[in-house]
Design a protein around this ligand. Structure first.
Ligand code: 5GP
Length: 188
């Protein structure tokens, strides 16, 4: 069994974090992906307890007061947070714990747990990012515009991460991410 590690994966919405993380889990048997809590509404196909824990805002805020989150942040008018107890449990069980979270939360994690490994996923270009966001077809124009604005802010923080991966060729990006996780886990 390998020692538990914490990996934080960020990058603009549409950079392909979700796909990369799904592929990572297929290739790294001891990887465990944290399920976040959010106040946003489920999108079609999302499943409670799998995609997210969908909580009313009052419940979310009560959990923040109780110290239930490792980190939490507001993003596009909704709150998102990482449940602390499950991250501790899985790290203790020797898992490679993966958080797929936005930048403000990632920087909170770095402050609280400097031993965390921060990975920033970059889109090949802003044009490609916008094309991917529109292609998803689930967001309104207003949401796409807001997320593009947020993307610029997020990209301005990429140098605060331990590594940056450009998600141009998906297979290459997956291979780089898998290698980073395995190399880190095996250095211990
Ligand atoms: P979405 O609404 O598209 O699922 O997620 C919006 C953003 O929130 C994404 O960048 C996603 O990575 C981020 N996010 C998801 N869960 C968390 C969390 O627990 N904490 C933080 N800080 N961000 C999260």
């Amino acid at each position: 069994m390998r020692t538990g590690n914490l990996f934080v994966i960020s990058g603009p919405s549409g950079a392909g974090k979700g796909t990369l993380v799904a592929r990572l889990v297929e290739e790294v048997p001891d990887a465990w992906v944290s399920v976040s809590a959010t106040t946003r509404r489920p999108r079609p196909g999302e499943v409670e307890g799998v995609s997210y824990y969908f909580l009313p805002k009052e419940e979310f805020l009560a959990l923040t007061d109780e110290g239930g989150f490792l980190e939490w942040a507001t993003y596009s008018d909704n709150c998102y947070g990482t449940p602390l107890s499950s991250v501790q449990r899985e790290m203790g069980a020797g898992k490679q714990v993966i958080l797929e979270i936005e930048v403000q939360g990632a920087l909170q994690v770095k402050e609280k747990m400097p031993e965390a490994h921060l990975v920033f996923i970059e889109p090949p270009s802003l044009e490609e990012l916008e094309r991917r966001l529109r292609g998803r077809g689930t967001e309104t124009d207003d949401v796409v515009k807001k997320r593009m604005d947020t993307a610029l802010v997020e990209l301005s923080h990429k140098m605060e991460y331990d590594i940056r991966l450009v998600n141009d060729d998906l297979d290459e990006a997956v291979a780089e991410l898998v290698a980073y996780v395995n190399d880190t886990a095996e250095q211990k």
